[in-house]
Write a protein that binds this ligand. Sequence first.
Ligand code: MN
Length: 215
Amino acid sequence: MPVYTLPELPYDYSALAPVISPEIIELHHDKHHAAYVKGANDTLEQLAEARDKEQWGSINGLEKNLGFHLSGHILHSIYWQNMTGPKDGGGEPLAADGVGDLADAITGSFGSFAGFKAQLTKAAATTQGSGWGVLAYEPLSGRLIVEQVYDHQGNVGQGSVPILVFDAWEHAFYLQYKNQKVDFIEAMWAVVDWQDVARRYAAAKSRADVLLLAP
Ligand code: MN
């Protein structure tokens, strides 16, 4: 039995159009995300084999692969749920929609929603090579932070919990947006599901002592 499995999409391939085309969603989920799931499972098997044989010559590569594939699987699993059709998504979190705690946390951490949106847009759109823009709950301070993630796993504050992720890899947009990565990231805001982000914020905050660093 594999440890990790590919989650079903919470909508059909065309649900995010015109922001993201059905062709991109199908390839992205069924091929790219699936490859990270397989990579994480394969790497765990290879590590088990290394332990059995006490052969550690590939340990550096295996640990790197584990971080890469596992993080890819986790970020994509969040990514699909962070989005909803343009009819239901977008705008900004509002107390009237039941997501006032998230709205307050964004304002408290970034000064304003506009400031937060500008920072996350810039962080995602200026990734060098492949990466992500991520809004994360940072449990030591109890604040929200924006991270510019390299590949799937680099440049991350340990213990921070991703709650809104923008995939800035070329596979996420190139078939539709060509080289206009910033246009893709700006369009993405129209399909953000703030209910999902708020649910993730509440869950992360409720486990705020997870690092056990406070006295
Ligand atoms: Mn991706």
